[in-house]
Design a protein around this ligand. Sequence first.
Ligand SMILES: *Cc1c(COP(=O)(O)O)cnc(C)c1O
Length: 223
Amino acid sequence: MIKENLEKIRATLPESVTLVAVSKTKPVSDLQEAYDAGQRIFGENHALEMRDKHEVLPKDIQWHFIGHLQTNKIKYIIPFVTLIHSIDSANLLEAVNKEAKKHDRIVDCLLQFHIAMEETKFGLDMDEARQLLDSEAFKQMQNVRICGVMGMATFTDDEAEVRKEFKHLKDIFETLRKDYFADQMQFKQISMGMSDDYPIAVEEGATLVRVGSKIFGARNYNV
Ligand SMILES: *Cc1c(COP(=O)(O)O)cnc(C)c1O
């Protein structure tokens, strides 16, 4: 079913939107099936799991890290990660920069914002983001590149609430672009939308959608 699911989802996405297949907890055979159906971008939320899958799967896969990243796990993914969606503190960005420097890489990152009503979801607010972007430490970071923003909406059936949160993330993106990245073409990504809400996210301007269970089926545990 993975191929059919992918085809169904791709058919609904405009060309401006890139599909990240969220394969966390799923076996390598499922990822291979998606790969054989043409999928090249995969999202994972555990560093070691991502590293292990990277080791055995084709090398032209682009690996996106989408979960909360602990600083002591950064080293496992820096050699190969394509995009880190989940920069939620200045400390984390600094640690990523440091590790990327060791590997002589410039690693693309998104700033994760807290846009949901739930307390538990990680992310920056606007003040924290400004503090980070204004800091001398940030200006010294030569091995990370901020390419946009990421957010997760509240887990709810209330479409109006979800839409409002996605609009908020889009506003954050526009404000940051104007104030910090006006002349930087790479600042163009808005990562929002999951299996249950990606159509709304696309309507509200997502450029990256992160879809897991709609492609691979339900996960055994919720992470
Ligand atoms: C698990 C996860 C997804 C995908 O969730 P689904 O509802 O299965 O599509 C997207 N984004 C993040 C950050 C996730 O952790």
